[in-house]
Design a protein around this ligand. Structure first.
Ligand code: ATP
Ligand code: MG
Length: 225
């Protein structure tokens, strides 16, 4: 479903953030990307999301050549195919929780009524429905991250990308998000998860890709370790 072929990403004159990375991920896999700070983890995720383009090589997701899309095409691709969760939630503080969650659906042209039903269902599943009319600023970090996951799932993305989703959370909230991602994977969601947290990787991922200096240093299936 996801194929990176000989991908290099250079910024300026420094050593490349990614060099000659080839990686294939099948539908239904949950892959954890591990590696030290600066090893290229976020760069890899941004290339898969079409937020950045490689200096060389190709990126294909669900049959789409992501690296050659126009800006509009790339936005359309993300709306249709990708859900993203970040370390610092990236919720809009002047929209209610429910409006934050509905936003991607409305951008994709879903009717208000259908979006409201889907948002209510997701917020219920994620255990934050009682905060639907609140503003994100009033929620705890763990609650905000569950709202961010609900927003990421709104358009039923084929691929969920998460960059350090527990990085800003205390351990109890981190475990909630961990359980949530593990449940999503059990339901068949394809996930790429960037993390420093090996407990999170072990709980949610069936495969671990370790980056070092922009290269794949190890690629291991769970249970094979
Ligand atoms: N926009 C940019 N301009 C210049 N250099 C960049 C840019 N983005 C990333 N880099 C460089 O590319 C390398 C990889 O960065 P990346 O953000 O992918 O690392 P990371 O593995 O996600 O690290 P962390 O764990 O700290 O988030 C780093 O050396 C970084 O400085
Ligand atoms: Mg990063």
């Amino acid at each position: 479903m996801i194929e990176l072929r000989d991908v290099t990403r250079r910024y300026g004159d420094g050593p490349p953030a990614l060099r000659d990375v080839s990686l294939t991920i099948a539908a239904g896999e949950a892959v954890a990307i591990l590696g030290p700070s600066g090893s290229g983890k976020s760069t890899l995720l941004n290339l898969v999301a079409g937020l950045d383009a490689p200096s060389a090589g190709s990126v294909s997701v669900a049959g789409v050549r992501v690296d050659t899309l126009s800006e509009a095409g790339s936005a359309r691709y993300r709306r249709a195919t990708i859900g993203m969760v970040f370390q610092f939630f990236n919720l809009l503080d002047d929209l209610t929780v429910a409006d934050n969650v509905m936003l991607p659906a409305q951008l994709a042209g879903m009717s208000r009524g259908a979006a409201e039903r889907r948002a209510a269902e997701l917020l219920g599943t994620l255990g934050v429905d009682r905060h639907a009319t609140a503003y994100p600023g009033r929620l705890s970090g763990g609650e905000r991250q569950r709202v961010a996951v609900a927003r990421a799932l709104m358009n039923r993305p084929a691929l969920l990308l998460a960059d350090e989703p527990t990085g800003a959370l205390d351990s109890a909230s981190g475990e909630d998000v961990q359980r949530l991602l593990a449940d999503l994977h059990a339901d068949g969601q394809t996930i790429i998860l960037v993390t420093h947290d090996t407990a999170l990787a072990n709980a949610c991922a069936t495969r671990t890709v370790r980056l070092a200096d922009g290269r794949i240093a190890a690629d291991t299936l769970a249970g094979a370790r």
